[in-house]
Design a protein around this ligand. Structure first.
Ligand code: HEC
Length: 94
Protein backbone atom coordinates (compact mmCIF):
# COMPACT_ATOMS: atom_id res chain seq x y z
CA UNK A 1 0.00 0.00 0.00
CA UNK A 2 2.72 2.43 1.01
CA UNK A 3 4.76 1.43 -2.02
CA UNK A 4 1.83 2.04 -4.32
CA UNK A 5 1.27 5.48 -2.81
CA UNK A 6 4.95 6.36 -3.15
CA UNK A 7 5.10 5.13 -6.74
CA UNK A 8 1.99 7.10 -7.59
CA UNK A 9 3.45 10.23 -6.03
CA UNK A 10 6.65 9.92 -8.05
CA UNK A 11 5.19 9.08 -11.45
CA UNK A 12 1.79 10.74 -11.19
CA UNK A 13 2.36 13.61 -13.63
CA UNK A 14 3.71 11.31 -16.34
CA UNK A 15 1.07 8.61 -16.06
CA UNK A 16 -1.95 8.39 -18.33
CA UNK A 17 -4.04 7.32 -15.36
CA UNK A 18 -7.22 9.02 -14.28
CA UNK A 19 -7.11 10.83 -10.96
CA UNK A 20 -7.99 8.47 -8.16
CA UNK A 21 -10.77 10.76 -7.01
CA UNK A 22 -12.23 10.72 -10.53
CA UNK A 23 -12.67 6.95 -10.59
CA UNK A 24 -14.07 7.09 -7.04
CA UNK A 25 -16.69 9.56 -8.24
CA UNK A 26 -17.69 7.20 -11.05
CA UNK A 27 -17.66 4.14 -8.80
CA UNK A 28 -20.72 5.33 -6.89
CA UNK A 29 -22.79 4.70 -10.00
CA UNK A 30 -20.71 2.57 -12.38
CA UNK A 31 -18.85 0.38 -9.84
CA UNK A 32 -15.12 0.38 -9.07
CA UNK A 33 -14.58 -2.26 -11.78
CA UNK A 34 -17.00 -0.69 -14.24
CA UNK A 35 -19.77 -3.13 -13.34
CA UNK A 36 -22.74 -1.09 -12.16
CA UNK A 37 -24.59 -2.38 -9.11
CA UNK A 38 -27.80 -0.57 -9.97
CA UNK A 39 -29.98 -1.62 -12.90
CA UNK A 40 -30.39 2.00 -14.01
CA UNK A 41 -26.65 2.50 -14.54
CA UNK A 42 -24.79 1.17 -17.58
CA UNK A 43 -21.73 -1.08 -17.15
CA UNK A 44 -18.54 0.48 -18.48
CA UNK A 45 -16.29 -2.57 -18.10
CA UNK A 46 -14.96 -3.98 -21.35
CA UNK A 47 -16.70 -1.33 -23.43
CA UNK A 48 -14.78 -0.09 -26.43
CA UNK A 49 -12.34 2.66 -25.42
CA UNK A 50 -13.26 4.89 -28.34
CA UNK A 51 -16.97 4.47 -27.63
CA UNK A 52 -16.49 5.47 -23.97
CA UNK A 53 -14.41 8.47 -25.01
CA UNK A 54 -17.01 9.58 -27.55
CA UNK A 55 -19.89 9.24 -25.07
CA UNK A 56 -18.12 11.30 -22.41
CA UNK A 57 -17.32 13.99 -24.99
CA UNK A 58 -20.98 13.97 -26.05
CA UNK A 59 -22.13 14.38 -22.44
CA UNK A 60 -19.59 17.17 -22.02
CA UNK A 61 -20.87 19.10 -25.02
CA UNK A 62 -24.50 18.37 -24.22
CA UNK A 63 -24.98 16.45 -27.48
CA UNK A 64 -25.97 13.44 -25.40
CA UNK A 65 -28.34 14.79 -22.81
CA UNK A 66 -28.10 13.49 -19.27
CA UNK A 67 -28.02 15.67 -16.17
CA UNK A 68 -25.61 13.69 -13.97
CA UNK A 69 -23.24 12.69 -16.75
CA UNK A 70 -23.11 16.21 -18.15
CA UNK A 71 -22.18 17.46 -14.72
CA UNK A 72 -19.48 14.75 -14.35
CA UNK A 73 -18.08 15.26 -17.85
CA UNK A 74 -17.86 19.02 -17.47
CA UNK A 75 -15.47 18.59 -14.54
CA UNK A 76 -13.04 16.60 -16.69
CA UNK A 77 -10.31 17.59 -19.09
CA UNK A 78 -10.05 15.80 -22.44
CA UNK A 79 -6.91 14.04 -21.15
CA UNK A 80 -8.86 12.83 -18.16
CA UNK A 81 -11.71 11.59 -20.33
CA UNK A 82 -9.21 9.68 -22.48
CA UNK A 83 -7.63 8.17 -19.36
CA UNK A 84 -11.02 7.15 -17.96
CA UNK A 85 -12.02 5.55 -21.28
CA UNK A 86 -8.79 3.54 -21.33
CA UNK A 87 -9.25 2.65 -17.65
CA UNK A 88 -12.73 1.12 -18.01
CA UNK A 89 -12.04 -0.54 -21.37
CA UNK A 90 -9.55 -2.99 -19.82
CA UNK A 91 -11.90 -4.46 -17.19
CA UNK A 92 -13.55 -7.78 -18.09
CA UNK A 93 -17.15 -7.28 -19.22
CA UNK A 94 -19.93 -8.97 -17.32
C1 HEC B 1 -24.89 9.83 -10.34
C2 HEC B 1 -24.54 8.61 -11.03
C3 HEC B 1 -23.40 8.64 -12.03
C4 HEC B 1 -22.11 9.03 -11.80
C5 HEC B 1 -21.49 9.56 -10.53
C6 HEC B 1 -21.39 8.79 -13.04
N1 HEC B 1 -22.24 8.29 -13.99
FE1 HEC B 1 -21.79 7.79 -15.90
N2 HEC B 1 -23.73 7.37 -16.28
C7 HEC B 1 -24.76 7.40 -15.35
C8 HEC B 1 -26.02 7.06 -16.02
C9 HEC B 1 -27.39 6.99 -15.36
C10 HEC B 1 -25.70 6.85 -17.38
C11 HEC B 1 -26.68 6.53 -18.52
C12 HEC B 1 -27.00 7.86 -19.18
C13 HEC B 1 -28.10 7.82 -20.17
O1 HEC B 1 -29.16 7.25 -19.85
O2 HEC B 1 -27.93 8.38 -21.25
C14 HEC B 1 -24.25 7.02 -17.50
C15 HEC B 1 -23.55 6.86 -18.67
C16 HEC B 1 -22.17 6.88 -18.78
C17 HEC B 1 -21.44 6.55 -19.98
C18 HEC B 1 -22.03 6.08 -21.30
C19 HEC B 1 -22.21 4.57 -21.20
C20 HEC B 1 -22.85 3.96 -22.39
O3 HEC B 1 -22.99 2.73 -22.41
O4 HEC B 1 -23.22 4.67 -23.34
C21 HEC B 1 -20.12 6.71 -19.69
C22 HEC B 1 -18.95 6.49 -20.62
C23 HEC B 1 -20.04 7.13 -18.31
N3 HEC B 1 -21.30 7.23 -17.78
C24 HEC B 1 -18.85 7.40 -17.65
C25 HEC B 1 -18.77 7.90 -16.34
C26 HEC B 1 -17.54 8.28 -15.71
C27 HEC B 1 -16.17 8.13 -16.32
C28 HEC B 1 -17.86 8.76 -14.48
C29 HEC B 1 -16.94 9.34 -13.42
C30 HEC B 1 -16.17 10.49 -13.83
C31 HEC B 1 -19.31 8.66 -14.35
N4 HEC B 1 -19.82 8.13 -15.50
C32 HEC B 1 -20.04 9.02 -13.23
C33 HEC B 1 -24.63 7.71 -14.02
C34 HEC B 1 -23.49 8.18 -13.41
Amino acid sequence: MLFVAAAAAISAPAMAEPRRSATEDCAACHGLDGIARDTEMPHLAGQNERYLFNQMMAFRSGKRAHKEMRYMARQMSIEEIAALAAHYAVFPPR
